[in-house]
Design a protein around this ligand. Structure first.
Ligand code: IVH
Length: 678
């Protein structure tokens, strides 16, 4: 029995109640340090230990369980429908403008109506998410709702409780807690998390979202809060509503107060007294928009003194004390010149629209994905249509909707062809599939894509194997499948366009090296099995340990692997039954490409070590670095302690982590050194 379990079993009810209370306070504080301040005091393992003890107490004394217990962040039982909430005071919307002139006009009006020559303004980014209202009674979260129509919103308390950045209890002295606090903010999904989430959804064959805002809204309005719990949602708070106790005198102080209470605010907010300074700040934020890991669609400028809000009042549901100064939109209207089918690695035919080129948020957009035939039909997209195209972060531009009012009658409906546009082979839609596939496994388009995928950054990472080169290799029949890459000879390569002797030698060397150093998860990913992305390749590798074992696994066995559903299990099983693919595996093995999984027991290079990654690495994301650590048998931790073996520091490392490393005498590795030990 665990030590904590023995301890808990010894407690009487009163002792358990007190200990549970104490644990909740501690956990909430550590949560705040981790999620809001990004400066944890304890390791993940220590946090888990505290949480485990609390769970044990709550299991033994179920009546001691409270809805604001940190153990409840996993979600509550599903509901039939979301309830409704009447907002104490309406959640207004803002007047939106796009021109500097309009902002200056707003400033002058405020000065005039307030009878002052100068007015202080608090300036904040305008977050593009879903606005929510949270009520805290005596420091505890009791209700959360969406904005809805401004007067009535949907009740989403259970869902909001799963967001780690939302404190279930406020920080600070209990005696100082406002009895009633109504705060508002924006729930959002960060762009990198959104991209990763969409990739995973696609791999699983499940619904993807058009942009981070829709993903946040869809995730927050779930009937089953355990689904929300699995979604990477975050929040920025921007208001203490007038119905709250002990509201400060200015918006600027409200933001400070929010922070003190443990409610996350955005670091870019500023207070200015001069309109010129506001313009400067606005231009600066606009220039940095693409660097931010979350979507903002403008800035909100607010008269700082709250008493002035009463004086200025509202007009047509818009407060006259605030203004939304918007950036140029990331949606533009343009025309579809043509729609063509592109053939992907798995043979899937994707309809892609060729557009009348249009500049969206500084990027020239010429193509937009239409995903599949169902999407074309659902949106009723036709060649010649005027369409609204959307671009968010680094997501591929897509058609948001058709402007049907602009139709002339000459628009042409589109159907994916019945033959492959590249090889002319038959194309069809297998039962229960949303996609049309080219059935010819030797289709040059598929072969090219699968070779590119094989050598891609997260596959074998073959230096110099770009699109143009692969085109030539396949067109000249030097390469028919990825294994042929290992047979390439310098003399043959030299006959290709723009291929000097040195580049040819480099390529042969790069292929050879990639084959020697490839790990099992990378090779599984590189094979390009439908629905198998990096995360799945990782679990498959650790579950089966070798390609042989994976290729012999039955559907049942595959389905037992965490994160592998029916669809994926079938796809994997079918892939390994295909004669073409079996031949590819044999050829790879013959050429010495047959890695085995190194587990902690068989001595992964980092076996038994705890490593913390901080800052930005050049060659991989932090997530990938952590995966690599785990793959080599190590533990990737989020905080530095005496038990940490190494801190890997990229660019702009976290100050608290570097300090802790120094304090505990932990060796700090730069990226190069880290790559070497990997
Ligand atoms: S203050 C009286 N501040 O923009 C309304 N709103 O049209 C006060 N939003 O529904 C809103 N970031 O969802 C405010 N820093 C911010 C905001 C913000 C995003 C959203 C919010 C609101 C909409 C206003």
């Amino acid at each position: 029995m665990l030590e904590a379990e023995t301890e808990v079993n010894r407690m009487d009810r009163e002792q358990a109640r007190r200990r549970a209370e104490n644990l909740r306070e501690q956990l909430e504080h550590h949560n705040y340090r981790y999620y809001v301040l990004d400066d944890p005091l304890i390791t993940d393992a220590e946090y888990d230990e505290l949480k485990q003890e609390l769970s044990l107490i709550e299991k033994r004394f179920p009546d001691l369980l409270t809805p604001d217990s940190p153990t409840q962040r996993v979600g509550a039982p599903p509901v039939e429908e979301l309830g409704t909430v009447q907002h104490e005071l309406p959640m207004l919307s803002l007047l939106g403008v796009q021109e500097e002139e309009a902002f200056r006009h707003f400033y002058q009006t405020c000065c005039r109506e307030l009878g002052r020559s100068e007015v202080a303004l608090t300036c904040e980014p305008k977050f593009d998410g879903l606005s929510v209202e949270l009520i805290y009674e005596n420091g505890r979260l009791v209700q959360a709702s969406t904005r809805g129509d401004g007067t009535t919103g949907e009740e989403i308390t259970a869902n909001v409780r799963t967001i780690r950045e939302v404190p279930l209890r406020l920080q600070g002295d209990r005696s100082q807690m406002p009895a009633h606090l109504n705060v508002r903010g924006e729930v959002y999904m960060p762009i990198p998390e959104f991209n990763a989430f969409n990739r995973k959804q696609e791999e699983k064959g499940e619904k993807t979202f058009a942009n981070p805002r829709n993903a946040a809204a869809g995730s927050l309005r779930q009937l089953d809060s355990s689904i929300t719990a699995a979604r990477p949602l975050r929040i920025f708070f921007w208001e203490i509503a007038p119905s709250s106790d002990r509201r400060p005198a200015t918006q600027w102080e409200c933001l400070q107060r929010l922070r003190e209470l443990g409610l996350k605010t955005n670091p870019y907010s500023e207070r200015f007294c001069s309109p010129d300074k506001v313009v400067e700040w606005f231009n600066d934020i606009a220039a940095r928009r693409d660097e931010l890991p979350y979507e903002i669609d403008g800035c909100v400028i607010k008269v700082d003194r709250l008493a002035d809000h009463e004086v200025l009042g509202t007009r047509a549901a818009n407060p006259r004390w605030a203004l939304a100064w918007k950036f140029p939109p990331r949606r533009k209207t343009t025309t579809i010149r043509d729609i063509q089918a592109q053939v992907g690695r798995t043979g899937a035919l994707t309809p892609v629209a060729t557009l009348e080129p249009v500049n969206i948020g500084g990027v020239q957009v010429t193509h937009a994905s239409l995903h599949n035939q169902d999407e074309v039909d659902r949106k009723d997209v036709r060649i010649g249509d005027a369409v609204v195209v959307e671009r968010a972060g680094d997501v591929i531009p897509h058609v948001a909707y058709v402007v049907k009012e602009k139709r002339t009658g000459k628009e042409q409906p589109y159907r994916l062809p019945g033959v492959c546009p590249v090889c002319g082979g038959a194309a069809g839609r297998p039962e229960e599939q949303a996609l049309v596939f080219c059935m010819n496994a030797s289709c040059p388009a598929q072969v090219k894509q699968s070779i590119l995928h094989f050598g891609s950054k997260h596959g074998l990472d073959i230096d110099g194997l770009g699109e143009k080169l692969v085109e030539q290799l396949v067109d000249r029949e030097l390469v028919r499948d990825p294994a042929d890459l290992f047979d390439l000879k310098v003399e043959k390569l030299c006959q290709l366009e723009r291929m000097a002797n040195k580049s040819a030698r480099n390529l042969v060397h790069a292929v050879e090296k990639a084959g020697q150093r490839v790990t099992l998860p990378r090779l599984i990913y590189a094979l390009g099995i439908a629905h198998v992305g990096r995360a799945t390749a990782d679990v498959l590798a650790s579950s089966f340990g070798s390609l042989d074992a994976l290729s012999e696994a039955g559907v049942e066995e595959l389905r037992d692997v965490e994160g592998v559903g029916d669809k994926m299990a079938n796809a994997i099983w079918t892939w390994f039954r295909d004669e073409h693919n079996r031949m590819l595996l044999r050829k790879l093995k013959d050429r010495g490409v047959d890695p085995k999984m190194e587990t902690a027991e068989t001595g992964g290079r980092l076996s038994g070590m705890t490593i913390v990654v901080t800052g930005t690495l050049e060659s991989m994301s932090r997530e990938e670095a952590q995966e690599a650590i785990r793959r080599e048998g190590g533990k990737a931790s989020g905080s530095v302690s005496g038990k940490t073996d190494y801190v890997v520091a990229g660019a702009s490392p976290g100050a608290s982590k570097m300090n802790a490393a120094q304090q505990h005498g932990v060796k700090v590795l730069n990226e190069q050194q880290f790559l070497e030990i990997l």
